[in-house]
Design a protein around this ligand. Sequence first.
Ligand code: ZN
Length: 427
Amino acid sequence: MSSRPISSVREVLESIAGSVKTTVEDLTGETGAQATDTKPKAQKDVRAAAEDGTLAAKLKDPTFLKETNDWLKAADPKDPAQRADMVKVLKALDRSNDAARKKVFELTFDSKIDSSTTRKYVPRMTGKKPNQTQAKNSDGSPAYNEIFDKAAALDPAALDAMTDVMAQLPTRHMPKRWNFTGQDADDNTRGSYDDRSDGADLAFSLKDSAKGFAQEYASNCLPGDPLAKAKAFDVIIRHECGHKASTEGDFEGLTKSPGGGKWVEHGTIEDVLKALAPHYDKLVEKAQEKGIPAEPAIRAAILDPDNGYDAAMIAAALKIQDATRLDHPLLQMLGQGGVKGYQCGSTPVAIEGRMYIVGGPDARWFSFEKSAWDKRVSLYQYATPNEWFAEFYATANNGDAKLREEAKKRYPDAWKWLNDRNCIVVG
Ligand SMILES: [Zn+2]
């Protein structure tokens, strides 16, 4: 879920000290803590009202609201105890008060949020009324018109669901900006993170929102993968925060290590052929008959993207009658990694124990250990090293304890790496 390049690790200016600084009563609750209770009065009032179930009603009182607002502006969301009370205000505010909720969200998570556009789809009709039918695209699928509804309100249910997820993660793992886009074409949520702007885009489904974000993450998984039955909206928010978390340390040190898949970035397909030279030489030898076609012609036909790394297509381009002369695991691997990418199915081809794929916005070739892929949390984990980290973070810091355990069990060294860097933040 990222359009971010494999790029620099930014310095993180936020201190983690704030997240562990707390007072006794914050940890133990109110009981017996009166003597050391130094919380502002407004915060105490919020907590008391939340406990007796009157916070929503009290926030309608202008004096209470003003005192709460003044406290919120001065509050430190890096302090978990203060943030927990800020979340209580956010959840208790009138759901129709879009502007107030947006403002409190931004203070609570130290992260801007905009909902500039809602993308809606309406069936494109053909024929004359009353006998209209939905038009079809050239591939036979139903056709829609896209409508952009500028400056849409934040979807109240989406903001609530997002709040519940983000309240579990520290402020330092929040992108500095979120752009929310609702769409009503399908049930899917998509996201991306750009480390240059430190911003995340989240395109969520209004249909899924209406159903309480029940859509599963299955399309990025094989059946049985730990994240397959997790809720997509929830996973993707954690995933984007995982991208932010990756900027805190040398995550590529992790993904290059045996505990993180032993990733190698090759670059172009020519770089892959170089790395696998003995296999390439065998493929050429098998394809040739008395030195024909010449190696440069074979190379050109393999590299021609129009041939899709397909043995029959390449044979036809080279005028080789018997296409089985091009049957070779290297070509199968190129077709798998170059065409299907991380959606490689359940029985992927590996060469010398490694799988190769094209991934990321710049379509670079990567490889990693098949034995690590076998332990995956999702297929998408093996899209790029960046995605590996974000998917692992979303699993190791999932709301579901069973998923957190799976992450630790499957990749114990990576779990320890995160834990050593204070990046295991849930559970
Ligand atoms: Zn991503």
